[in-house]
Write a new protein. Structure first.
Length: 215
């Protein structure tokens, strides 16, 4: 049965956005229904007064639920884990660790998203790329080492730490960063891809407003 309308998650996002993919992947893996509202980044819809009233930073994603508005993809993942109980690690220490990884990824894996942005959407001086590419590679190397001998980043199951880190790096091939260079990362990505409900961004995020009802 569908939840009451006010209980339904409303996610604002764009199909080219790794930040949108993160909460979207959570909802897909958790098999939760939600309403998707597209924000066209190409036409600058993220800077329209209506959207700025939802997200002051003029960025996607944003989530509305039960009268609340949440922005910043990692805050949204934190919220989704809290209200649904899904993808929350088991112990309190691990739950804090998952949030620690989310904070880290916003500092470090963001460089992967930057290099992809410069490769795909906005050409920059070679010196800018030369600055950010090693930072992206260092972030991927750090996570690769952390995953050696482990199935998941925190605890024994997939958590918001995995969804957040994977989600931000998902377009890495568009930045010329081949995951095969980091064997533990590649093995972990295969485990993620095997989870029921998993999909890659271009298969998952609609280009138009849509009501999503998992099968
Ligand atoms: N720290 C933010 C980053 C969000 C972000 O960078 N969103 C991009 C798309 S991935 C965006 O909306 N860009 C449009 C713009 O900045 O004009 C988060 O994690 O939610």
């Amino acid at each position: 049965m569908l939840p009451l309308m006010e209980d339904r998650f409303i996610l604002y996002g764009s199909f080219t956005s790794s930040s949108t993919y993160k909460p979207m992947l959570f909802l897909a893996l958790a098999r939760l229904p939600f309403s998707f509202r597209t924000v066209n980044l190409k036409t600058g819809a993220q800077r329209s007064p209506d959207y700025l009233a939802i997200n002051r930073y003029g960025q996607v994603p944003a989530l509305r639920h039960r009268g609340l508005t949440l922005v910043q993809s990692n805050v949204i993942l934190d919220y989704l884990a809290r209200v649904t109980g899904r993808f929350e690690p088991e112990t309190e220490q691990e739950r804090w660790q998952a949030r620690e990884w989310l904070s880290w990824e916003a500092d470090a894996i963001t460089n992967v998203a930057r290099v992809r942005h410069f490769s795909r959407f906005r050409a920059v001086e070679p010196s800018v790329m030369a600055h950010f590419r090693p930072l992206a590679e260092a972030a991927l190397g750090f996570l690769d080492r952390a995953l050696e001998g482990r199935q998941w980043i925190v605890g024994e199951a997939c958590s918001i730490a995995d969804i957040g880190c994977w989600g931000r790096m998902v377009f890495m091939a568009e930045a010329g960063l081949e995951i095969a260079a980091w064997p533990a990362l590649e093995a972990w990505s295969r485990r993620l891809k095997a989870l029921p409900g998993f999909a890659l961004p271009y298969d998952l995020i609609p280009k138009k407003d849509q009501e999503i009802v998992p099968a």
